[in-house]
Ligand binder design. Sequence first.
Ligand code: TPP
Ligand code: MG
Length: 570
Amino acid sequence: MSGAEPIDMTTVSHQIVQTLEDLDVEYLFGYPGGRAIELLEALVDSDIEVVRPRDEREASVMAEMYGRYHQDPGVFTGQGPWVGSIGAIGQMEARLGSSPMVAITEASERGDYSTLAPYQQARGDYGGFSLPKILDGITKEWWFPRTPNETLRSLQLSFKHATAGRPGPTAVILDGDAVTSEVPEDETPPVWSPERQTRNWQSAPTDSDVRAAADALSSAERPVIVAGNGVHSSQCYDELQAVADAYDAVVVTSYLGKSTIPETHERAAGVIGSFGHEGANQVVSEADTLLVVGCRMNPMDTNWQAASFIRPDEQTIIHADIDTRNAGWVYPADVGLIGDAGKSLASLAVESGGGTDWALGRAAEAREDFSVPECESDDTPIMPQRAVAAIDDIVDEDTIVTADSGNNRFWLLNYLQTPAVRTYFGSGGVGGMGWAGPAGVSAAITTDKDVVAVAGDGGFTMTMTCVETAVEYGVAPTFVVLNDTSLGMVRQMDDSIPGVEFHDTDFTAVVSGFGADAMRVDDPADLDARLAEAKAADVPTVVDVRIDREPDMVEHLQSSFYAEVGGLHE
Ligand SMILES: Cc1ncc(C[n+]2csc(CCOP(=O)(O)OP(=O)(O)O)c2C)c(N)n1
Ligand SMILES: [Mg+2]
């Protein structure tokens, strides 16, 4: 166990590290415990950087954000009981939000004691609990190998499955003994090289489906493209713009698809959905042909299927998705384009036609929704819209914004107009609070971009230890807390609900203790300068913006379509 002993490269743990290196893994987000300790030990001499945040939840979110941004599996490791509990949060977001991610964990087995009143054990036998069942409920696929070769093969397959088709989280549960045992040579069946075993191939729609879609688009008068998270997955931003140009279409996005097109682009019309942009929603309802790309169309996207929003009986719907089960899932589709979003869009962009000069004017009109008079307000307390307008001012093409859950997310999605693709990522698969901070730290560590992580005071508090991780790893994201001293979104539903109020926490004092810079802003006159200062700082800086808690988010932001159906809790 001591670092002074010679390294035995033939053990499973070292071969796991070798596999990760062969697959060009750059970062491993993890926390020690159980047999994950042996894995971390084997990483001592590796170039793979271990990022060890303050708990497994943060590690899981960091790995998820890595996968979402880079579209290579984010690697997460830790001891089974914690990977299956607090570490489930990032894996759930990866599952619903389609982020490639691999968890390498273990079941805390105790050898011969495993069947005798076990401690921590997660194998699933009597007396312990079942990590396989937990992970079966969350991951896309999981493996529980028993031998050295099974372990290496399972690890390879976990990488293959994480990126095959619709991306998602996978897991390997290491067997206690296998981690330290020798890998036998020349076994049958063999373990192939990681590069070869993890290879995936792209899929593309059939010629006849492409033909039908191109015909529909070129005869459309008001074509609208709904770009979802699948465009981020496929990173087919150029292809998206090419198709929009080819058919003279407007482009709107889903929430997870925000920043799949620069929202300053002449064809961009904003984000659809219950608390999205009214103009974007209107454009979708005015369309005669909709091309939905890489978007599941969840209830928030569809305004809870308000009858006057998307109307499959009147509109032609082309649905491009990597998974045939998802095309035509929520609304019956006229044409399905099954395959990689980039391939589908590229094959459509070969043709052109349609449009009646409706698109550009209509998109320009819709983009006016990125600002409202409150964005300029000098009122104290600071209006939430004003706070977001100030954030918008510090965001440029080289800035990644991460967004949390709650009212803050909806203010942000409306008044932050992303200037470039791949600059906005929000918690929105499962939509957990406490996501933006660790996701922002992950982006700061693994990219050369500036990062602004925006959360409410509730969400920020959940994972604020990530500020310390940023200090430790020498990165300098800006954390903006839109602070209404409450769980604003829930309080505004009903302020008599117990537990929605927070006492006034001094976040500047808390994070100063971590070694970060911090400032509190109460006066709108200070806002722009303070945010600019924070962004320019070379240490992590938390800006605690005290916002007016009165403006009712739903009243201000709900779309007319959502108003029609009333919706449920978000
Ligand atoms: C981990 C988690 N717990 C609970 C929820 C349900 N929820 C969604 S928003 C919200 C309130 C968020 O409060 P805060 O972070 O302060 O943001 P605000 O709404 O005040 O902007 C709650 C409790 C959630 N999405 N995630
Ligand atoms: Mg709040």
